[in-house]
Design a protein around this ligand. Structure first.
Ligand code: SAH
Ligand code: TMP
Length: 392
């Protein structure tokens, strides 16, 4: 399926850069052989991950709590008592590693986006600015020895040269070590029609089937899977060198679910495409209707996901006045492609709109709890996952 011309999802830009904005064709496909759902084309990595990367993990307090739990789970369940060494890729501003660093665990973050890596270093987290791959893995082993745990969240699905990454993991992780990573889960995307998970950075949409197939080619196997209620539905994969750890019953159970949901049937993806097209017309009809009624609509949270929705649906500033966001680097800029102004959250609070279009639907719980006054003042929410609806 093609979503048409798309800009860089996190490429919030000033007006001066409109003329030179980069676009590519966002298209996604399913491979019946390896069971992977993936982008057909991805922009060069340096265009997405660089010293002006706009995504700072620690902006969400819910995610901060989530990663504290992730770190503690890893430590309690898998780290040996004696001098463990943990490597995390895509460690960003240190949202997860800080919990291991704090208790004196040997650690290393691999984070190519220099600005977020610097924030982590300032927190005392050992971080190198580099793209992880097989060569980097060899270098880490030479300098620090092998790792007891390899961690990653919302990063494995970002890296197109997957075989180099998995081979790197095989080299880096001790024979009895553990690999834990989580990413948005294909099962949730299909179930919820959450097509906004599809954008430049997310080259892969993993399932247990596709991850198992991939790691088995490198002598490793999935030993546990744990669904996570974050980012609209993620899956945590726990992986070890083949034969080194017992495989939990959850793995086969999840694979059976994937089969029953039709994740291996091409027709499932045809239905998904139809659902996406329906979602687009429902959302644009609603927004055009509200415009005719003279209502003010403001976007809530300038998420990377919103770039797919706004560009695919053609949501321009005449339909959505501005997007409110708490991230300083995004404020005062414009959203990629459709150029909706991004404004500080205080502007949302100072003059509530009639409707808030919830681009950060994956943070709905946190946001609804925070915004009770908006609702009490008559404000309504527009959500589009799992279907387009108004919540008042
Ligand atoms: N783990 C954090 C950040 C996810 S955003 C969280 O879940 O909130 C993805 C991060 O991966 C970005 O900070 C990006 O710079 C980084 N990244 C992208 N490609 C990478 C690679 N090849 N190796 C390591 N990190 C990478
Ligand atoms: P994400 O969905 O990719 O995690 O992006 C989160 C974005 O949403 C980030 O730019 C910060 C913004 N945000 C808000 O503006 N207000 C909020 O309450 C939350 C949770 C996020």
């Amino acid at each position: 399926m093609s979503f048409g011309r798309m800009p860089i999802a996190n490429g919030f830009l000033p007006r001066e850069r409109f003329a030179n904005e980069y676009f590519f064709e966002l298209a996604v496909a399913y491979c019946p052989h390896c069971r992977m759902v993936q982008l057909v084309d991805q922009p060069d990595r340096e265009m997405m991950f660089n010293e002006t990367y706009a995504f700072f993990s620690s902006t969400s307090s819910r995610m901060a709590q989530h990663f504290k739990e992730f770190a503690e789970y890893c430590r309690a369940k898998y780290l040996p008592a004696h001098n463990p060494f943990v490597v995390e890729i895509g460690s960003n501003d240190g949202i997860m590693l800080q919990h291991l660093a704090r208790v004196g665990i040997r650690h290393l973050g691999i984070e190519p986006s220099a600005n977020v890596a610097q924030v982590a270093r300032e927190k005392g987290i050992n971080t190198i600015s580099s793209f992880f791959d097989e060569q980097v893995a060899r270098r880490i082993v030479e300098e620090h020895g092998q790792a007891d745990a390899f961690l990653g969240a919302n990063v494995m699905c970002h890296i197109p040269y997957m075989h180099s990454v998995v081979e790197g993991i095989r080299i880096l992780v001790k024979p009895g070590g553990i690999v834990m990573f989580e990413d948005p889960y294909l099962g949730d995307i299909v179930e919820k029609t959450s097509y906004d998970q599809i954008y430049d950075e997310h080259v892969f949409y993993f399932s247990v089937a596709s991850i198992s197939y991939l790691f088995e080619q490198h002598g490793m196997e999935v030993v546990d899977v744990r669904p996570q209620n974050v980012h609209g539905g993620s899956m945590r994969y726990v992986i070890a060198h083949k034969g080194m750890r017992p495989v939990t019953a959850a793995v086969a159970a999840q694979c059976a679910k994937e089969t029953s949901w039709g994740l291996a049937d091409a027709s499932t993806y045809d239905r998904l495409r139809e659902g996406i097209e329906r979602s687009r017309s429902d959302l644009t009809n609603l927004l055009k209707d509200l415009k005719r009624q003279g209502k003010r609509v403001v976007g809530y949270a300038a998420t990377s996901k919103s770039t797919t929705v706004t560009n695919y649906c053609g949501i321009t500033p005449d339909l959505v006045e501005f997007i409110s966001d708490t991230t300083p680097i995004k404020q005062g800029k414009f959203s990629p492609g459709v150029h909706i102004p991004v404004r500080p959250y205080e502007e949302f609070r100072a003059r509530y709109p009639d409707y808030a279009l919830l681009f950060g639907w994956n943070h709905a719980e946190e946001i609804f709890a925070k915004e009770q006054v908006f609702r009490a003042a008559g404000g309504k929410w527009i959500v589009y996952v799992p279907k387009v609806q108004v919540i008042s």
